[in-house]
Write a protein that binds this ligand. Sequence first.
Ligand code: AMP
Length: 405
Amino acid sequence: MASKLFTIALVVALAATLINIYVKRQGETRYLFHTEWYDPVSATVRKFLLSFFPRDNAVEMYDLRSQRLFLKRLAIEGLDEKDFYLGNTIVVLSRQLKITEYADSTTREIISSKRQRTFAMVKPDAVHRLGEVIDVIQSRNFEVSQMKMVQLTRAQAGLFYREHEGRPFFEPLLDYVTSGPVVAMELITTNAVQRWRETLGPTDAELARREAPDTIRAKFGKDKQSNAAHGSDSDVAATREIEFFFPSSKVHDIMVPQTTARFLNNTCCIIKPHAIAEGNMGSILKAIKDEGFEVSALQMFRMDKIQAEEFLEVYKGVVSEYPGMLQQLISGPSVAIEITSIHAGQTPVKFREFVGPADPIVAKELRPNSLRARFGENTVKNALHCSDLPDDGPLEVEYFFKILQ
Ligand code: AMP
């Protein structure tokens, strides 16, 4: 076993060195990563050494098991340097590859300084203003790379805040963070930990209003305890906190915070990848709330082709935009939402009306206040998917918030 591991390590080191020498000769920047792809045919995880060339957004892949070149250098449309950071999933020729590690020290140094992760949590007192908080997040150039609305149990909250155990504010803090849903997020940007702490402002929201009025706590917090949002205080804390809410392996542990989905009087919508990339997620969430609907569950997903095909199956062969819809859904992260409302039994119909006609040009004419009129571009990039038939809403909610969990 030890000798096998040694051989693999040797092969990786040798391949990385050879690629380095070759690329240096070419005088071109390239980054090297370890990636994994789940091969559904063989039901195995295949490991690749992946080179990324920012000059033309090209990748080259080396199969570590067969020790062969798997994909010769190829420019990949839609792929960008900003997609390369630890934990992210990139799509190469319809294969979803998870970036698991930097494969050389230069890549580690350059990429980790450019693309740092931090953990953010919108606390119960500010969840009703989630759209506005996300607007601030996006306007300050943070990228939301994971997101989930959860209800913390007392035991989970105690574990999350364990370093404060014994302090006078510990028990009231647990009461507060378990008093309603929270929204956990992984944020990415340059120097993310420090920049998010600056964006939050001082712990005490009253002090923040006096000394840093432009910060999140000044705008959305109440006092020292109910201070709207949380931010990791170091790189190490960020890793721990992200893992706490978004475990990297599928664990069925009672300490993993669970979705708030109610599976009752609901319907489903998805904020499409293009709307998120264009920075409209916050405005869409705010518009949904202002119209009187409640976001009772929410989670970011990166759908793979199989999942997207399964989800859009009813449209296959029925609508001409099907290939575009499929492509759009797997082109980046999307956000699935459970919508509930006071309109008992009427939520799917009422919400469908608010989303508007599938074609944003038609929507602008017929329903200018609808979400698609305001945030859509064309029938594929129409900002949101929305359950069509009343019976589909609850099924789609179950798909995201039960099956894909
Ligand atoms: P921190 O880990 O620094 O974010 O602190 C955890 C949270 O505990 C803060 O965000 C506040 O919600 C709460 N907290 C911190 N200090 C106090 C305090 N002196 N009184 C009441 N709540 C506090």
